[in-house]
Design a protein around this ligand. Structure first.
Ligand SMILES: *Cc1c(COP(=O)(O)O)cnc(C)c1O
Length: 227
């Protein structure tokens, strides 16, 4: 499918109308040319998601500076430094070592970097993330408490790629339960702005919203399919 420029703008408008104003719509623009992002920008879109640091940085350099850039892909520690000056939210913090590196680069840039902790909820070995108990242990550790330049904004998870709706729903429910538990047990001190649940993509965002998502990451339904 080859979408025309106008279609991107109308997809953005349609999406915005179909979700609650409090839901953050992250337009996932990975692999797409700058002109497609400009079209979305002109339709009012300000949150963009990318999964490669180099590609995101090239787009950040070219596009208006009021865009909020979301890193949604698995991140190599040696590349964190390239996005540390400008990234708005890193969704894919999936290990203590990565959190530590982000903190280090945040210190260097004299800023606080917003992060989501990615949780492994799917039944697929290709996906990344903390196991539930591992995450809880991390939040309770002294090592975590020393990371004063990251702000944990919430959790992110990806459901299994399947058409079994009940399975997807159960996976999202498990993420919401963990989120609620972290809040109820006050595992994060008040310095952290813990309020986001990033779950749902083109194929499963409706289920995700029903299960408590606050942030959906939509690529193909806005920009068309990727090659
Ligand atoms: C590519 C990607 C998306 C968007 O996928 P679509 O199915 O095109 O909406 C969302 N989240 C992550 C982590 C991705 O890598």
């Amino acid at each position: 499918m080859n979408l025309k420029m106008n279609d991107i703008a109308s997809n953005i408008v349609r999406f915005r109308k179909s979700v609650s104003p409090s839901t953050t719509l992250v337009a996932v623009s990975k692999t797409k040319p700058i002109s497609d992002l400009q079209e979305a920008y002109q339709a009012g879109q300000r949150h963009f998601g990318e999964n490669k640091i180099q590609e995101m940085t090239e787009k950040w350099e070219e596009l208006p500076k009021d865009i909020h850039w979301h890193m949604i892909g698995h991140t190599q520690r040696n590349k964190v430094k390239y996005m540390a000056p400008y990234v708005h939210l890193i969704h894919s913090v999936d290990s203590p070592r990565l959190a530590k590196e982000i903190n280090k680069q945040a210190v260097k840039n004299d800023r606080i970097i917003n992060c989501l902790l990615q949780v492994y909820i799917a039944n697929e070995e290709t996906k990344f993330g903390f196991e539930e108990q591992e995450l809880i242990n991390f939040l309770k550790s002294e090592a975590f408490k020393s990371l004063e330049h990251i702000n944990i904004n919430g959790l992110m998870g990806m459901a299994t790629f399947t058409d079994k709706e009940e399975q997807i729903r159960e996976e999202f429910k498990s993420l919401k339960n963990l989120y609620d538990k972290i809040k109820a047990d006050q595992l994060l001190d008040s310095r952290h702005d813990f309020k986001e649940l990033s779950m749902g993509m083109t194929g499963d965002y409706k289920i995700a919203l029903e299960e408590g998502s606050t942030m959906i990451r939509i690529g193909s339904a806005i920009f068309g399919s990727r090659n």
